[in-house]
Design a binder for this molecule. Structure first.
Ligand code: XMP
Length: 522
């Protein structure tokens, strides 16, 4: 269902299941154009009528147009007089649907390729003259073999004679490569040419406008009801809470469940932000003892996660009732958590990161959900946070998982271990900030290993724990690379931690990417 008011310019992205469809949405939004991604089998004529887009983009896909029942765009996509851009499979299905043909290519192209401009087109405005070579990222087995009537090639590559095509009079465009990925260096410009030059959009999607609309929508949804919001200390739930507070003031109660498994200074920061900076009523539930005793002796990662999840709900429910109950539960759910993508067999598959939600609670307490960030990506949430006046130091904080330090202490968790880890982690983060690297890194943290090794300190033998350091770069947490610190930096951090934190006598650095590793250790 379309979520945004109709007076916004909107682009509809029809998803055929490509791994990178979400990036189309990101790139468009970065240039001020609002769009939504919807699976092809939902985007029928009535849906598109209702959505009322100003332009349509067809995504890539793991499918081949030759396969039986391979997905197609609703026929009305091509009869509305709207500009259409087909990307990879999107180009192929557009050709197949409009009378051209697609063939399985002998030479498949994966990764970097160079295309050459062969005909002038607004799609390549600002790229260069005819003959100009442009670096792009390809990933296809099939290719367009013959064009539908009205189309002409505007760029070619060694293995794709129709690397980019256009029917300028109908404003239909197709590219065999992926302009949405960063490996196509000027892909964002191409998409902007499509939305701004070809479709004539102005780019009216601003955070200030979003904020005003979101506030109006919250007021409309909540009426005179009461809302309760579970704060985790993270950016998402905090931004959601501040936004809702702007909308409905004292009808909102925030509950911060302090599990005793937070980072150093985290609880104080959240409490002071809400109470002093914003004057938002906050219930601060200090439940360290309860969480640690429930976790005592448990070393299975899944059982640890489940124990924390269940306890969190119990505790939250208790404080929610104490605060007088509520009709609505507010959550900081983001767009990547709710986006629907198409699974390989053609059916829509909903990917929801359940760990973001206070799962089970709304039914148990008969509450409805308020999720004002459902349309936003992480970086947009940060921009909204800035719009709401949250301090940069808070907005820019690295993500922190719901189960907290418990999943950074492989094996059984105890207060002593949590204290050791907190201290070591704080030193590590302090050094990263001093080196000016904090904002370049997606997430950095320490992990206290259940391994003891022999060391020597001040002529005496030690037998203490190993601490692992982790730092990754990432766009959305789905994939990640380890961060290449220089050796001096790592040496400095290791020395400080071993000197200043009792209980650690060896420090190692984790150089695993995701995949195959995950970011967290458990
Ligand atoms: P993984 O470890 O799956 O983590 O590569 C990806 C991102 O998600 C965070 N994460 C969580 N966040 N509750 C959360 O709110 C969780 O249970 C959870 N587990 C992992 C992780 O910190 C990283 O940013």
């Amino acid at each position: 269902m379309a979520q945004i008011d109709s007076h916004h310019e909107k682009v509809l992205v029809i998803d055929f299941g490509s791994q990178v469809t979400q990036l189309i949405a990101r790139r468009l939004r970065e240039s001020g154009v609002f769009c939504e991604v919807h699976p092809y089998n939902k985007a029928d004529t009535a849906f598109i009528d209702d959505f009322n887009p100003q332009a349509i983009i067809l995504s890539g896909s793991p499918h081949s147009t030759h396969w039986e029942n391979s997905p197609r765009a609703d026929a009305s996509v091509f009869t509305r007089g709207l500009p259409v851009l087909g990307i990879c499979y999107g180009e192929q299905t557009m050709c197949a649907q409009l009378g051209g043909s697609v063939e399985a290519s002998e030479e498949r192209e994966f990764g970097r390729a160079d295309i050459q401009l062969v005909k002038e087109s607004p799609l390549f405005e600002g790229f260069g003259d005819i003959g100009h070579e442009e670096r792009v990222w390809m990933s296809h087995g099939d290719r367009v073999a013959s064009l539908p009537q009205g189309f002409a090639a505007i760029a070619t590559s060694k293995n794709a004679p129709f690397a980019a095509i256009a029917d300028e009079s109908r404003r239909f465009y197709g590219v065999q490569f992926h302009p949405e990925v960063v490996h196509t260096p000027r892909g964002a410009l191409l998409l902007r040419n499509f939305t701004h030059t070809i479709a004539g959009l102005k780019g009216d999607w601003t955070m200030a406008a979003f904020k005003e609309e979101a506030i109006a929508k919250i007021r409309e949804q909540v009426g005179t009801g009461r809302v309760i919001c579970g704060l985790s200390g993270g950016v998402d739930s905090s931004v959601a809470a501040v936004l809702i507070h702007e909308a409905i003031g004292d009808q909102l109660t925030c509950v911060f469940v302090d599990t005793g498994l937070m980072r150093q200074g985290e609880a104080e920061q959240v409490v002071s932000l809400f109470k002093e900076h914003y004057n938002i009523p906050l219930v601060h539930a200090d439940e360290e003892e309860r969480f640690l005793s429930a976790l005592a002796g448990e070393s299975d990662p899944e059982k640890k996660r489940k124990t924390i999840g269940k306890l969190f709900i119990d505790v939250f429910e208790h404080y929610a009732k104490e605060a007088g109950g509520a009709d609505f539960l507010a959550q900081g759910t983001l767009y990547p958590d709710v986006i629907e993508s198409v699974s390989f067999d053609g059916g829509p598959s909903v990917t929801i990161k359940s760990h973001h939600n206070v799962g089970g609670l709304p039914e148990r307490m008969n509450m409805k959900l308020v999720e004002p960030l459902r349309e936003l990506f992480k970086d947009e949430v940060r921009a909204l946070g800035r719009e709401l006046g949250l301090p940069d130091s808070f907005i820019g904080r690295h993500p922190f998982p719901g189960p907290g330090l418990a999943i950074r202490i492989p094996g059984a968790v105890s207060k002593d271990k949590a204290d050791i880890l907190r201290k070591a982690d704080a030193i590590y983060i302090e050094e990263i900030k001093k080196a000016g690297l904090y904002d370049t890194i997606w997430q950095a943290f320490a992990v206290l290993l259940p391994v003891q090794t022999v060391g020597v300190m001040g002529d005496a033998r030690t037998y203490d724990n190993v601490l692992a350091l982790r730092a990754v770069t990432s766009v959305d947490g789905m994939t990640a690379d380890y961060f290449p610190f220089d050796h001096d930096f790592l040496g400095r951090v290791a020395t400080r931690i071993i000197n200043e934190v009792r209980g650690v006598n060896r420090v190692v650095y984790d150089v695993t990417s995701k995949p195959p590793g995950t970011i967290e250790w458990e």
